[in-house]
Design a protein around this ligand. Structure first.
Ligand SMILES: NC(=O)c1ccc[n+]([C@@H]2O[C@H](COP(=O)([O-])OP(=O)(O)OC[C@H]3O[C@@H](n4cnc5c(N)ncnc54)[C@H](O)[C@@H]3O)[C@@H](O)[C@H]2O)c1
Length: 398
């Protein structure tokens, strides 16, 4: 157990690196003491975001300088695996942003390294900590809808043009697909709600709107908040897309879980609205969320009806009214407690691997005529390592 604060590094000082600001609140006495970014713009942001922290040109220099206990990795997806492996080997505990990696082989490489070194690995699947997910999970755990048999997710990614088509996210070489980049949150939550992992997957998708936009440019020195605007509408009028746009903007996935649960996930990046809608159907009822932040509700139907909009019971969604600051603070708190005290975690590296496996194989399926793919198991010795670590048994509202 570490009783004093932790010295935390942030690697990759772009839009997401601001989660590092939660460090002192998440574990009083802890601080961001070092940062690394491979670009001059990133290093100047680093000095602005984390004044007083040592600034390094890359993670190798940061490791060589020593003096950090843990690192938060907020670099583009295709860099996650190599950076995480180097940090784990150096004995630095890792908070790795989702997705864990862009390929199944890389995901397994990171987990294998964590198992072999024993260095703590945490993957930032903050959506598990979102109030809407905690509320849905509570309903399932209390047995209000019986035994879960089907999960259907519709994901309206209204900010998709700004979030995913104006920088590296649009390039398959850097993300694999938006089923990894964006859907890994929801695949993880489908697994969390259904109590199993996908073993067979089929995908279908296309690049329908953004591929036809010819107005493209590099955006050196800019990050997403610089170009995000609610006035960017309709989607076909977007300008300044990434030079390479080859990820799908509509995708659909069918999943069969190891416990027999069937699930589906639909993602569209040119809807007018931005939110997720879950339906979880059990043997004695179903739930559905309307809105996914404060002000929204989760309704439960557990008696027979024809159309009944109000349901039989309704739970308000608590937390923030927009975005995910509350879930970000919860994940950072959990990570630092896990590193310092060995505390349990609601998120899990094995689950993060299963989200990558499902998303990567779904993308492979949709690019190969929707032919099914089987998801291979993790090697037993790696599974055993993570099974021996504490998992959260609390934190779910009852
Ligand atoms: N969990 C969530 O809710 C959530 C939300 C947003 C982003 N993310 C994740 O955060 C990560 C970063 O996303 P972003 O939007 O901040 O990207 P970004 O492009 O804004 O920032 C990435 C930063 O990493 C730097 N960088 C690139 N390669 C590097 C390397 N090898 N070493 C060190 N620095 C490097 C870049 O210069 C840049 O400053 C992604 O993996 C994304 O999936 C997660």
């Amino acid at each position: 157990m570490i009783t004093s604060g932790l010295r935390v590094a942030v690697i990759g000082t772009g839009a997401r690196s601001v989660i590092g600001h939660h460090v002192p609140t998440a574990r009083p006495g802890s601080a961001v003491t070092a940062v690394a970014d491979t670009t001059a713009e990133g290093r100047s942001r680093a000095a602005e975001f984390f004044p007083g922290a040592a600034v390094h040109p890359d993670h190798t220099a940061l490791v060589a300088a020593g003096g950090v206990d843990a690192a938060v990795v907020t670099t583009p997806d295709h860099t996650h695996a190599d950076i995480a492996v180097d940090l784990l080997r150096a004995g630095i505990a890792v908070y790795l942003e989702k997705p864990l990696a862009t390929t199944l082989a890389d995901a397994d490489r990171v987990l294998t390294t964590a198992a072999e070194t024993g260095t703590p690995l945490y993957v930032g699947h903050n959506f598990r900590h979102a109030a809407v997910v905690r509320t849905m999970r509570g309903i399932v755990e209390r047995g209000e809808i019986g035994e879960v048999k089907a999960v259907w997710v519709r994901h309206f990614v209204g900010h998709g043009g700004d979030f995913y088509f104006k920088d590296w996210h649009a390039d398959r070489r850097r993300t694999g697909s938006l089923l990894l980049q964006k859907a890994s949150h929801d695949i993880d939550v489908v697994h969390h709600l259904a109590g199993g992992y996908t073993r067979q997957v089929v995908g279908m998708g296309d690049l329908m709107v953004y591929g036809a936009i010819g107005d493209r440019r590099e955006r050196a020195g800019e990050t997403m908040p610089d170009w995000f605007s609610m006035d960017n509408w309709p989607p076909a009028a977007q300008t300044g897309l990434n030079p390479v746009v080859d990820v799908e903007d509509v995708s659909m996935v069918l999943m069969q879980l190891g416990n027999g649960v069937l699930a589906s996930y639909q993602q569209c990046h040119f809807t007018p609205d931005y939110w997720r809608n879950y339906t979880v159907i059990g043997t004695e009822g179903r739930l559905e969320n309307f809105g996914d932040t404060a002000g929204g509700v989760v309704r439960v139907w557990n008696r027979r009806h024809e159309f009944a909009a109000a349901g039989d019971r309704e739970y308000p969604i608590e937390g923030v009214a927009s975005g995910h600051e509350d879930a970000d603070l919860a994940t950072m708190t959990e990570f630092l407690a896990h590193v310092a005290d060995g505390g349990p975690t609601l998120v899990s590296p094995v689950a993060a691997r299963e989200a990558v496996a499902t998303g990567a194989l779904a993308a492979e399926s949709l690019r190969a005529g929707s032919t099914p793919r089987r998801v291979p198991e993790l090697p037993p010795h790696v599974l055993q390592h993570f099974a021996s670590r504490p998992a959260a048994t609390e934190g779910v509202p009852r």
